[in-house]
Design a protein around this ligand. Structure first.
Ligand code: IPM
Ligand code: MG
Length: 394
């Protein structure tokens, strides 16, 4: 029997292409696992009215480790229109299965490392003082609170009367008091001390383990006094237990500006759910973008690892495939970190770094050419060739 059982959820589009590539790499490095397939995504929504079927939830509960490819999401009305006809009048609403999975299993700690690989032509460069350009080394790790905040799903258009009545107890509601309630939409930002503490502690522990000197809380406490304020306050409490690590604080808007000015100043960052979503994409853009952006969603029991790219349906059709598998492979490497297979993780990271540094094998995104059917004839490596190059280095 294998040591680990991993639930493999390719999902939609290119998820089905990149996930098997990651499995080839895990196999090559000798990761002792078996994989059980689980359905998730758009086809489940269309045919069953549920993009995260209960059988998938059960497999995750049982095996506790998941690899997730990518999913297609569409806005409310479009999603409803694509349901099988017999499911259409049941009032079903589409809900992102990855967000659902995070909440269902309390995968509240999301880790998104954004590190530049030397030699990656997609790395951020800036104008140096004087002439020329320079390429700062980016090594930032975003800790995103993954279950609460504006993703809590507590939303209304035309809220119930008792909700409006409760809001009316706040003096600031006066500004909206004469708006008809059917013209009001609300999305509630919920923070809890428990979740704030867990994300901040996870960030500090990670900083200590990996030798980072600072943790930056990236929120908006000057305006969102209660929610951002709570995360900041807990940051200060937790920081007291980690004397060697500096606690810093930035506002999300300023952070977005600074990260293209001096990205090398940031190490571990902590943010609430939506700001974490935003700032992690922004940092990922400095180190190669979606082809390199990996992530871990970690709870007390279950952990799911996924590239942060979408399902890119138009690329899923191309044969052979041209999408960059590195984000998915790096996500699988985060799974190795999680289970303590440090050597294997390091070997894969080194192999990827070597392939990128050598620069002989590059997917279309790394060549900065459009991702069409002619990418290969223009010299881009296919998905499989990129994985083969990494395997050859192993
Ligand atoms: C991410 C994605 C998801 C999110 C989407 C697909 C719901 O953007 O993982 O960053 O917003 O969390
Ligand atoms: Mg995102």
């Amino acid at each position: 029997m294998a040591r680990y059982t991993v639930v493999a959820m390719p999902g939609d589009g290119v998820g089905k292409i990149v996930l098997p590539e990651a499995l080839r790499v895990l196999e090559a490095v000798g990761f002792d696992a078996e994989y059980v397939h689980a359905d998730v995504g758009w086809e489940c929504w269309i045919n069953e009215g549920n993009p995260l079927p209960e059988r998938t939830v059960e497999l995750l509960a049982e095996h506790r480790l998941g690899l997730f490819g990518a999913i297609t999401s569409k806005p409310k009305r479009e999603a409803a229109a694509e349901l099988r006809p017999e499911l259409r009048d049941r009032g079903l609403t589409y809900f992102s299965p990855i967000v659902g999975m995070r909440q269902r299993f309390g995968l509240d700690v999301c880790i998104r490392p954004c590190r530049s690989f030397p030699g990656n032509p997609l790395n951020f460069v800036r104008r140096a003082a004087g002439d020329g350009i320079e390429e700062p080394k980016v090594d930032a790790v975003v800790f995103r609170q993954n279950t609460e905040g504006l993703y809590a799903g507590i939303e209304w258009t035309d809220p119930p009367q008792e909700v409006v009545a409760a809001l009316a107890r706040h003096p600031r509601w006066a500004a909206f008091a004469d708006v008809p309630k059917q013209d009001v939409a609300l999305s509630v930002r919920v923070f809890t001390r428990r979740a704030c503490r867990r994300i901040v502690e996870a960030a500090f522990r990670y900083a200590r383990k990996h030798g980072y000197g600072s943790v930056t809380i990236c929120e908006k406490p000057n305006v969102l006094r209660e929610t951002s304020g709570m995360l900041e306050e807990i940051g200060q409490e937790v920081a007291a237990d980690f004397p060697g690590i500096a606690l810093r604080s930035t506002n999300i808007d300023a952070q977005m500006m600074w990260l293209t000015k001096n990205p090398e100043h940031y190490e571990v960052l902590v943010a609430g759910n939506l700001f974490g979503d935003i700032v992690s994409d922004a940092f990922a853009g400095l180190v190669g973008g979606l082809g390199f952006a990996c992530s871990a969603n970690i709870g007390d029991e279950v952990a799911v690892f996924e590239p942060t790219h979408g399902s890119a349906p138009k690329y899923a059709e191309l044969e052979p495939s041209i999408v960059n598998p590195i984000a998915m492979i790096l996500s699988a490497v985060m799974m190795l970190d999680h289970v303590g297979e440090d050597d294997k993780a390091q070997r894969i990271r080194t192999a990827i770094a070597d392939v990128v540094a050598e620069g002989r094998v590059r997917t279309y995104d790394m060549m900065r050419i459009p991702g069409g059917s002619d990418a290969l004839s223009r010299g881009a490596a296919s998905t499989r060739e990129m994985t083969d190059a990494i395997l050859a280095r192993l």
